[in-house]
Design a protein around this ligand. Structure first.
Ligand code: FES
Length: 104
């Protein structure tokens, strides 16, 4: 049984054009997912961080979104440029990035 320290789920949901909720795919979530995968590899985190894509997480209008467990920390409005800070601060140093956390 793997013993990951963090399990990261990135929403890659795509809805049809014109759907009122939009989707993370409309906001380039795949670029965020790819940047995360590359950063996990570059930092050799594959034994401590598990990355998965997922369907809709809920806050579609604030996408791209991801959630990190077991901390239950939700990030929103992400760009690929945010990924390095999440990886370094949260996934390596254990300090979630407050400026990127989904507002309640
Ligand atoms: S489509 Fe990504 S949170 Fe709903």
């Amino acid at each position: 049984m793997p013993n990951w320290k963090h399990h990261v789920f990135v929403c890659t949901n795509k809805r049809p054009p014109g759907h009122p909720k939009g989707s993370c795919a409309d906001r380039d979530c795949n670029a965020v997912r790819l940047a995360l995968a590359e950063a996990i590899d570059a930092n050799a985190l594959f034994e401590t961080v598990k990355l998965n894509t997922t369907d809709c997480l809920g806050p579609c209008r604030q996408g791209p979104t991801l959630v990190v467990y077991p901390e239950n920390v939700w990030y929103a409005g992400l760009t690929p440029g945010d990924v390095a800070e999440i990886v370094q601060s949260h996934l390596i140093e254990g300090r979630p990035v407050a400026r990127l956390i989904l507002p309640e």
